[in-house]
Design a protein around this ligand. Structure first.
Ligand code: FAD
Length: 401
């Protein structure tokens, strides 16, 4: 959805092909902590105004060592003001986010929505990509922005191989009310089975991402609400006071995936079609939104040069622009997750030492904050304030030339 809207913003004619968003959005219990660049993209796509009231500002991120190791690492609080920002970003519930993007796509005259149960077949020809839906409709496009998830058939059609790995972990995602204010601080408890994270929502409510071994996570999801509340309050160690109403709980198996190329043969990979990482440090959707904004830049540049928007130059530029950003996040999140799961004493000591270093050495802390928030590499135009207007001005100049 974000890729379709971003491409339409730079003047491309887009077919948005897939199952209708309202069906999938209805069951998504997740929230996404989105950093400032992602929020600017949502502003430029014209959906932020309606999302702000259901989202909560993120002023800080606290990390608590709850691994129960011999040497407990010190608590670290990263605050946005340490790097001269008012906020890190906002925590946005996935369901209204998807719905706002869907409604914006329906309003956009450059986007044609093709509702289908699924795309069944994709064929890449030298001059065009051809997709066939389950209902038998055939669609042709110069470029496929493949946002069809981790089992992407568009990626397979382009012959892009992947490396996948398993974490033997699952995440429970839900939201809950509580009696004490969160003060705009997201808290990550680092536990041996994975992180347990509470992220602010408006008022006295928070989103929860609780990573556990799959069998334990399944048992936790199956508990009745009172049973789950007892365990949740224990895990929170009084941080948010008494726990009130708890939303629907859903389980997400965790895995890792990276593609050997992010663009090739008229296909560019967007979101989990190109990269899947565990929910640590809130990187997944932020990366996916950067993919969407970047493909818009690549296509805008090709249109300005009068080139084929799905040609090898475009897919190569896209791959080059996304590679470092995506691969550096995959590596950082993977290392952090594995140091939690490791039972080796030297690994725990190293993690503890790292936390001490971050706490006591200001420049390192600031560098880490910047690294977590900003893309590695140039910021795409639609993530700049006024980025949509910049694209529109370029398009008007080209039209009048
Ligand atoms: C518990 C949890 C918490 C998270 N929290 C955060 C966070 O705080 N911040 C953050 O940045 N990220 C977070 N993430 C990551 C984020 O949720 C994902 O990066 C994001 O949802 C991936 O979206 P996607 O659109 O790439 O993939 P998907 O959501 O899998 O979407 C793929 C789409 O493709 C469609 N599709 C698939 N196959 C076909 C086909 N053949 N034909 C047509 N359509 C098809 C599907 O119907 C679906 O709509 C979290 C993830 C988890 C699991």
């Amino acid at each position: 959805l974000a890729a379709a809207l971003s491409l339409a913003k730079v003047g491309a004619e887009v077919a948005l092909v897939g199952p209708p968003t309202p069906v999938a959005a209805a069951t998504d219990t997740r929230t996404a902590a989105l950093f400032n660049g992602s929020i600017t993209l949502l502003e430029n796509l014209g959906v932020w105004r309606e999302l702000e009231p259901v989202s909560a500002a993120l002023k800080g991120i606290r990390i608590i060592d709850d691994t129960g190791g011999l040497l407990r690492a010190p608590e670290v609080l990263f605050e946005a003001r340490e790097v001269g920002e008012r906020l890190f970003g906002w925590n946005v519930p996935n369901a209204p986010l998807a719905m706002a993007l869907w409604e914006a796509a329906k309003r956009d005259k450059r986007i044609t929505i093709v509702e289908t149960a699924r795309v069944e077949h994709v064929e890449i020809r030298p001059d065009v990509a051809v997709a066939r839906t389950a209902e038998g409709e055939e669609l042709r496009a110069k470029l496929v922005a493949a946002a069809d998830g981790r089992r992407s058939i568009c990626r397979a059609a382009a012959g892009i191989a992947t490396t996948t790995w398993d974490y033997d972990q699952a995440a429970i995602a839900t939201r809950f009310e509580h009696s004490r204010p969160h003060d705009g601080i997201s808290t990550e408890f680092h536990r041996k089975s994975g992180p347990f994270t509470v992220v602010p929502l408006p008022g006295l409510e928070s989103g929860l991402v609780w990573v556990e071994r799959p069998a334990i996570a399944k048992r936790l999801v199956e508990l009745d609400e009172d049973g789950f509340r007892v365990v949740l309050e224990t895990r929170l160690q009084g941080l948010l006071g008494r726990v009130g109403a708890i939303g629907e709980r859903r389980l997400f198996p965790l895995m890792g995936l990276t593609a050997e190329a992010y663009g090739r043969s008229r296909v560019v990979l967007i979101g989990e079609a190109g990269h899947v990482i565990p929910p640590i440090g809130a990187q997944g959707l932020n990366l996916g939104l950067r993919d969407a904004a970047t493909v818009a830049d690549c296509v805008a540049e090709a249109m300005a040069r009068g080139e084929d928007v799905g040609g090898p130059e475009v897919t190569r530029h896209y791959h080059e622009r996304r590679k470092v950003d995506v691969e550096s996040r995959i590596m950082a999140v993977d290392i952090l997750n594995r140091t939690l799961l490791s039972t080796l004493l030297p690994v725990s000591l190293l993690r503890g030492f790292g936390m001490h270093l971050i706490r006591s050495f200001g420049p390192l802390k600031k560098a880490l904050i910047r690294q977590g928030l900003e893309p590695s590499g140039p910021r795409p135009t639609l993530m700049e304030s006024g980025g949509a207007a910049m694209h529109m001005a370029t398009e008007q100049m080209q039209a009048s030339a």
